[in-house]
Ligand binder design. Structure first.
Ligand code: ADP
Ligand code: MG
Length: 455
């Protein structure tokens, strides 16, 4: 076998060098050189002839549709997020924080796919066979065509796939797999990209469905390289608070379905079970008639999430009034309290204020202003908001409610999660039709919002 050579290519300008350089001599950018395999022309030719046929352009009307029914798992929520089931031969990336339940989900799904007659190869680079067996026993996963394979070397994995000819392959996780020809460290951009490219090639030529697990970095991206997302057919994110039992599965990209769907699961001793009525989940931990609580639809990147904002306003007993905020910007809270005092006649200067974004999230966008203000007013006046109300809007210094971005997505998300009414800036009402099933209330000032929301 010819020695595969690698080169380092600048991701900014395409400059290539035989060795690693900290700075690209061509464009001057730092840390942009990433190791890549060099493909010789002979290599490429052999790859074409491997499939045996030469591909010619075809008229779109003459392309025959193969019968590829979607494979449904027992987890309806997963089927829905995938757009109606698993498309055979697709490459599915599942991202999420460590410990969120990616391995659990895939182990359960593997078991179910095995029940319906699929041969599954579960490749784990993180756990030994016995560890996987222990978990499988706990989750009650069995199957005589379910193979567990603790391996990290891609050439062995390729060989095993070719020998075993499974219908489904799970790679847990892509960060632990290594391509022997690449000298870069395991988990580096170069490794992850080559491993994914190889998996894609294996999957597409043999019509194998491949699930790839990817850990998420602190910044929220799947292990740094966004490139992974471009290569696969479907990207699912598994998210949730580790201290709570609920998990949300969301599709970020889907070549075979909509990306608006989300699936909600509960993590139990016996594994992940689907939650039929998600709105209840989000309302259940909130006290029905509690004061000082308001739900906001906040955008996390391009994803809307619903978060409860809690406020506790109590008279100051000693010294200066306290202002603490968890998950929210304290200066923003102080500013909103000043606006409430001046524009809505709330005497807040001799009140301590404790604010919190529930669930441990950090919110940092202007659209959460209205929910913060409503929760403060609610606690101060001791009047609760409706548990099925949500709030979106930026508050200006004169007490006006200002327009926010992505209003349709926010309203859609609130409706999806069972909210009956959402307060939005009046200026956001033009130019779109609100979905049915949720009342959209446009408000122009803080005073108006408080009057309508607190009763
Ligand atoms: N014995 C157990 N009973 C209930 N839940 C468990 C048990 N062991 C592990 N878990 C849950 O499984 C989670 C680990 O899930 P896992 O699938 O390994 O996550 P990931 O693969 O995403 O890192 C833990 O966070 C915990 O909530
Ligand atoms: Mg795992």
């Amino acid at each position: 076998m010819a020695k595969v050579k690698t080169q380092f290519v600048c991701q900014n300008c395409g400059y290539s060098s035989p060795r690693f350089l900290g700075r690209c001599p061509n464009c001057g950018e730092w840390n942009t050189l990433v190791e890549e395999k060099v493909q010789s022309t002979a290599d490429r030719k052999s790859r074409v002839s491997m499939s045996g046929t030469t591909v010619k352009p075809t008229k779109i009307n003459e392309i025959k549709m193969g019968e590829t029914p979607r494979v449904k798992t027992n987890l309806k929520e997963l089927n829905r997020v995938l757009g109606g089931g698993i498309v055979p031969g697709s490459l599915i990336l599942i991202g999420g924080d460590p410990g969120i339940g990616k391995s659990t989900l895939l182990l359960q799904v593997s078991g179910q796919l095995n029940q319906t007659g699929g041969k599954v190869l579960y490749v784990s680079g993180e756990e030994s066979s016995t560890q996987i067996k222990m978990r499988a026993d706990r989750l009650n996963v069995t199957g005589d065509q379910f193979y567990v394979y603790p391996e990290t070397d891609m050439s062995s994995i390729r060989q095993t796939i070719e020998d075993l000819k499974p219908d489904y392959v799970v790679i847990d996780s892509v960060q632990t797999m290594s391509e022997p020809d690449i000298s870069s460290a395991i988990g580096s951009v170069a490794q992850i990209r080559e491993v994914t490219a190889e998996l894609m090639q294996i999957g597409k030529t043999n019509n194998i469905t491949i699930f790839i697990v990817g850990h998420v970095t602190k910044g929220g991206a799947i292990a740094g390289p966004k490139i992974l997302e471009h290569m696969v057919d479907t990207v699912l994110y598994f998210e949730g608070d580790l201290h709570h039992t609920y998990r949300i599965l969301r599709s970020q990209k889907n070549r075979f379905g909509s990306t608006d769907e989300l699936g909600i699961f509960e993590m139990r001793e016996g594994g992940l079970t689907e939650v039929a009525n998600p709105s209840e989940v989000f309302l259940e931990e909130r006290l029905k008639d509690a004061t000082g609580s308001a739900v906001v639809v906040s955008m996390e990147g391009t994803r809307p999430i619903l978060v409860e904002i809690q406020a506790l306003i109590t008279p100051t007993v000693f010294g200066n009034a306290q202002r603490t905020a968890t998950g929210l910007n304290r200066n923003r809270v102080s500013l909103l309290m000043a606006v409430l005092e001046k524009r809505a006649n709330l005497m807040l200067q001799n009140q301590d204020a404790y604010l919190k974004a529930a669930g441990g999230v950090k919110l940092d966008e202007p659209a959460i202003d209205l929910a913060i203000s409503v929760s403060i007013a609610s606690s101060y006046r001791d009047k609760g908001t409706q548990p099925t109300d949500a709030f979106v809007g930026e508050v200006g210094l004169t007490g006006e409610i200002r327009r926010v971005n992505r209003i349709e997505q926010r309203v859609g998300e609130a409706q999806k999660l069972g909210f009956k009414r959402i307060f939005v800036p009046k200026n956001n009402l033009q130019g779109w039709t609100p979905p049915t099933g949720i009342t959209v209330v446009g408000v122009a000032t803080l005073g108006e919002a408080l009057k309508k929301a607190l009763n």
